[in-house]
Design a protein around this ligand. Structure first.
Ligand SMILES: Nc1ncnc2c1ncn2[C@@H]1O[C@H](COP(=O)(O)OP(=O)(O)O)[C@@H](O)[C@H]1O
Ligand SMILES: O=C(CO)[C@@H](O)[C@H](O)COP(=O)(O)O
Length: 501
């Protein structure tokens, strides 16, 4: 029996899952770390926390799974996209990585559009300039921390910093690279034009691979630590959403999944490049070679739950908080007793593309209890994910069934709310499916164990419970969803003024 590791560098934690060659989970180990928010709208992490978390998962593996590690064939990497990791000539980290949800680069977005022009940018990168993407973060460092930029020799994405630690290679995959706004997305190569226009030395960028390719092998000192003597292939891997697609079996044109992690995503696989003319959803390369996808992003999905739970569930035993949350949302009712939550704690991408947007409770009354606020948070995030789905539908893609993964998929009551709003069935992935599984499957191809990605997904991705939508509930949600949409439009100008104080 051979084994594979899928390592997901999430925003809230790093999770390492050991799978056997039939992709049954042997063990899943995760370690949490902090997201730093030094100013309103900023988000950074200490990359040493990522490495320490990965090392801790390795130590636990070594302690109890030494026998399986002796037959480890490959490691697949995945994780949070867009984050900017800068290394100097000696490979020292120059500053804390600026993360995907950081919103400080509004000025740089204007600069990008003024210098290159929105049309040309979309022609090359298939996406409009966004604060979440890496290019604007690089330009921010260039403007505000010129010494750091001057010393920068290597630019990496978060999961590729783990790769550098594991194998010493500067490499990335096309799905993750798509979110840097430096990639010629239709032609799957770095854009010389973008690099030249913004004076970014193309040599600083990692080597590009399709997700299923092998980028190198585990370093000897790490092999020694793990008690391994043979070669272990490192797969190029994928950004967390492209990897989750593989782990949900979303590999054919038109298939769709949603994920609720710190962010929330609705993702449809596509054999051709498809775009939304208003740029409200992203068009990126997929992990299936030579294919693409569209995806809408809710910035603060699980993060909204996390924020509410950290502040309002202090009285509940840590291990019981999520079951209490589920109990609470069922104590309230559809529409949360006339309370609407806007989940824009970290600005919003789909559909507003607005870094200044912030959260809100609308309709708060003296009769509301914690359970109404909690349910409103869940419903607000659901409405935002519905916004993503509506845009995907508006560009001509039909969606009738959605696979679901990520932390939020642990909450069956939330899944019912999602199904009622999406007007689709929702299917869970069994076991440790989703992102980690996708990464491990990519490793099985990169290591040469298997040769056909789609066949592996068909054979080994295992689906769990399926939830259908309820037409009556949908009718009630309809009026709340409409008001939810109007609320942002009414608050937009106020958010802008608030950001200028
Ligand atoms: N039972 C649950 N109900 C609602 N949200 C949940 C539940 N379990 C986890 N979450 C949310 O899921 C998120 C973590 O999911 P995960 O996929 O591990 O995220 P990430 O990849 O961003 O680290 C957290 O924001 C957490 O609040
Ligand atoms: O920015 C995006 C996708 O464009 C996010 O999906 C990040 O990749 C973070 O993922 P999670 O940690 O929330 O799963």
């Amino acid at each position: 029996m051979n084994y594979f590791l899928g390592i997901d560098l999430g925003t809230s934690s790093l999770k390492t899952v050991l799978y056997n060659e039939e992709f049954k989970t042997v063990v899943s180990i995760s370690k949490d770390y902090e997201m730093l928010q030094p100013y309103n709208g900023w988000a950074e992490q200490n990359p040493q926390d990522w490495i320490d978390a990965m090392d801790l998962t390795f130590e636990e593996l070594k302690k109890s799974y030494g026998k399986e590690l002796k037959s480890l064939m490959g490691i697949g990497l995945t994780g949070q996209m867009h984050g900017l990791v800068m290394l100097d000539e000696q490979n020292r980290v120059l500053r804390y990585p600026i993360l995907w949800c950081d919103q400080r680069t509004e000025e740089e977005i204007k600069d990008i559009n003024d210098i290159l022009g929105e049309e040309e940018l979309i022609r090359i990168t298939a996406n409009p300039a966004l604060t979440g993407f890496t290019l604007s973060k690089i330009l921010w460092v260039k403007k505000h921390e010129p010494e750091i930029f001057k010393n920068c020799k290597h630019i990496l994405l978060p999961k590729d910093y783990l790769r550098f630690y594991l194998s010493g290679d500067y490499a990335t995959d096309l799905s993750d690279a798509s979110g840097m706004q430096l990639l010629d997305v239709p032609n799957r190569k770095w854009s010389e034009e973008i690099c030249k226009t913004f004076k970014i030395d193309i040599e600083m960028l990692p080597k590009l691979y399709e997700s299923v390719e092998c980028t190198g092998y585990l370093k000897s000192e790490l092999k020694e630590k793990l008690g391994i003597t043979h070669n272990v292939a490192i797969a190029a891997g994928a950004g967390d959403n492209a990897a989750a697609a593989i782990g949900c079996g979303v590999v054919n044109d038109g298939e769709t999944f949603a994920t609720i992690g710190t962010s929330g995503v609705v993702f449809t696989q596509s054999d051709i490049i498809r775009t939304d003319e208003k740029g409200r959803i992203h068009t990126f390369c997929s992990a299936v070679p030579n294919t693409w996808h569209v995806m809408g992003v809710t910035q603060a999905a699980g993060f909204s739950v996390e924020w509410f739970k950290e502040n309002f569930y202090k009285d509940v035993d840590k291990g019981k908080i999520f079951s209490k949350i589920e109990e609470d949302i069922n104590k309230s009712t559809i529409g949360s007793n006339k309370l609407i939550y806007l989940p824009y704690l970290m600005g919003e991408r789909t559909p507003h593309l607005d870094p200044n947007a912030r959260g809100a409770f609308i309709g708060l009354s003296g009769m509301h209890k914690r359970e109404d606020l909690m349910r409103a948070v869940i419903e607000g995030v659901t409405f935002s994910l519905r916004d993503c789905l509506e845009i995907i539908r508006s560009i001509g893609l039909e969606v009738e069934n959605i696979y679901l993964t990520g932390g939020g998929a642990n909450n069956d009551s939330w899944i019912k709310i999602l199904a009622d709003n999406f007007k689709t069935s929702i299917e869970k992935i069994k076991g440790d499916g989703g992102t980690n599984l996708g990464a491990a499957i990519l490793a099985s191809i990169a290591s040469g164990k298997y040769s056909d990605l789609k066949t592996v997904c068909e054979k080994y991705v295992d689906y769990g419970e399926k939830f259908d939508y309820n037409e009556e509930n949908l009718k009630i949600y309809e009026s709340y969803y409409k008001l939810y949409g109007e609320s942002y439009l009414d608050l937009k100008n106020l958010y802008f003024k608030l950001s200028k104080i």
